[in-house]
Design a protein around this ligand. Structure first.
Ligand code: ZN
Length: 547
């Protein structure tokens, strides 16, 4: 065997050709399942989709080309690439023949599998596949002698390739951004088929999750409590509505030319016009607004294991009730009573995997009737969650037309997407005002309603759609969010709030950072974490706030 191996030819190959061959082999041969997925799920029904399909091939080639520009380097090329080649051959087989998608859960399955389960996967066709697409190419690669150019020329040509590639990717981002975000948002499992990246990322996530599972919970303040002087005969009920993907720009309260807030316009609310979100996606903004440190110190991994606003309100003696209708509270409500609307499944408002937000209003009256203690109710709405905006509201809220009644928003004209989004805002206007109207039905409670959205949304400005761009480069549409407040006369009186003073702050700049401290202040919970300068109520309390 050793003799045979040493007698194999020892071909010479120029480094740039090797990079090209590796790019094609990894990008296409070892990624058969990804391309099968694209062929099955991509509907080419016009020029834009055809351009998107072509761009997928080219961008894929550019990305793998970059990887090999960085790894085909004299001392490490073979040692680094051959193991990936062998593993990718196996994962390619599993994905192609067994329909496997590779992510952290699949890595966990593999780690926890037993010998019997593993040997079941070893079949004749599997061995043949591994031999042809893994072992033989690996031997060929091991045998080649790579001919590098002089260092400076090699470096320059690779930098040139990387630069030109970046230009090509940027060009396609400009022409096909909508198609990219829409396709990969609707088919997020496609990423789990991109060979080498899927298992590399999956393994990283697996170890990360294992490490997270061993973390200890951090109590920042074990001594939070309620000011004794703040207790009154009537029970306080604050209803905190967390919006989803609502951007300030499309609220008529903000100045939007379309009448998207006809109901709220009639309520005695305070609408804060200058509120910015902590992040551009739920996973950041939601835990961030309930954390003590604010955006500058926020870390989503740490937040899961750190005492948050709900913990402090609970310590202050409040009953907490989290009503979930947006696919999860990102661990914010882990230690509070929680009801998940989709799990409960009210057939009037719910489809198989989502509910319209009136499901939250529907259950609220009985909850308010049952209040026997000071309470904070969190309503986590689905709001304007995209790209399926059309599923967020019932027929009677289809006021702005024509609409885009599909999740494949790349098939709709921009104006139809905006119309559909505006209908979700009109519906959100109805949801918030319905909650306020319900609160008014309970004059024996000190009720207040606060609403803030988690982040905004891009609707085609500069050809950008949806949300989630890195904060530093995110457009204002993704970070400027609606924030409003309504208070019953009882709450204004007992909490000594000068409503006119608050109204005078409508134009002042606030951010999600203010939520934590403002709710502690308003609800009279004393904590070492409280920062009075971030409490928007403090200067509007007639007896002064607490410190
Ligand atoms: Zn969100």
């Amino acid at each position: 065997m050793k003799l045979l191996f040493s007698r194999l030819p020892h071909p010479l190959i120029k480094s740039q050709w090797l990079i090209a061959i590796l790019t094609l082999y990894f990008g296409f041969v070892l990624n058969l399942s990804f391309w099968r997925f694209i062929a099955t799920n991509l509907e080419i029904d016009g020029g834009r989709m055809a351009l998107f399909a072509i761009s997928l091939f080219i961008v894929n080639g550019v990305l793998f080309g970059w990887i090999f520009c960085l790894t085909v380097i004299k001392p490490i090329a073979k040692w680094l690439i051959i193991p990936f080649l062998l593993v990718s051959s196996v994962t390619n087989y599993l994905m192609w023949n067994l329909g496997v998608f590779i992510d952290a859960d699949m890595i966990r399955n593999a780690v926890q599998t037993n010998v019997h389960e593993a040997t079941d996967l070893i079949t004749l066709s599997g061995c043949l596949w591994f031999l042809l697409s893994g072992i033989i190419p690996a031997i060929l690669f091991a045998r080649v002698r790579i001919l590098y150019r002089p260092f400076a020329r090699e470096l320059l040509s690779r930098l040139l390739y990387i630069g030109v590639g970046a230009g090509v990717v940027a060009g396609f981002a400009a022409t096909s951004y909508k198609e990219y975000v829409s396709f990969f948002r609707n088919h997020d499992q496609a990423n789990k088929l991109v060979n080498t990246i899927n298992y590399t990322y999956g393994i990283e996530r697996y170890f990360h999750e294992e490490a997270q599972a061993r973390r200890v919970f951090v109590w920042l303040d074990r001594d939070a409590h309620r000011l004794a002087s703040a207790r009154h005969d009537r029970h306080t009920v604050l209803i905190f509505i967390i919006g989803e993907t609502a951007r300030a720009a499309n609220f008529s309260l903000q100045g939007y030319e379309r009448d998207t807030n006809p109901r709220l316009a009639k309520e005695n609310i305070i609408y804060f016009k200058n509120m910015t979100s902590c992040g551009t996606a739920t996973a950041t903004s939601l835990p961030c607004m309930f954390s003590s440190g604010g955006r500058q110190h926020f870390n989503a991994n740490d937040a899961k294991f750190t005492q948050n606003l709900l913990d402090l309100l609970g310590a202050g003696g409040y009953d907490l009730l989290w009503q979930e209708n947006d696919g999860g509270c990102k661990d914010v409500c882990d230690r509070a009573a929680t009801e998940d609307m989709v799990v409960i499944g009210n057939s009037q408002y719910c489809a198989a995997d989502y509910c319209r937000d009136d499901v939250l209003v529907n259950g609220l009256k009985s909850k308010l009737s049952a209040v026997g203690k000071d309470t904070v109710i969190f309503l986590h709405t689905m709001g304007s969650h995209g790209p399926s905006y059309y599923q967020r509201y019932p027929e009677q809220f289809k006021k702005f037309t024509p609409t885009c009644d599909t999740a494949d928003i790349q098939n709709c004209p921009r104006q139809a997407i905006i119309n559909t989004y505006d209908n979700t805002i009109l519906y959100t206007d109805y949801i918030i005002s319905s909650v306020i109207d319900l609160a008014k039905e309970f004059p024996d409670l000190k009720t207040g309603v606060m609403y803030v959205s988690d982040h905004g949304e891009s609707l085609g400005e500069n050809n950008v759609y949806l949300h989630g761009l890195p904060y530093a480069i995110a457009p204002e549409e993704q970070t400027h969010v609606p924030f409003l407040l309504w208070m019953s006369e009882a709450m204004k009186k007992d909490s000594r709030i000068d409503y006119a003073c608050l109204a005078s702050k409508e134009g002042q700049a606030f951010s999600h950072d203010n939520i934590f401290h403002s709710l502690l202040g308003l609800l009279d919970v004393t904590s070492t974490l409280y920062q009075p300068d971030k409490d928007i109520f403090r200067s509007c309390r007639t007896n002064g706030g607490h410190d």
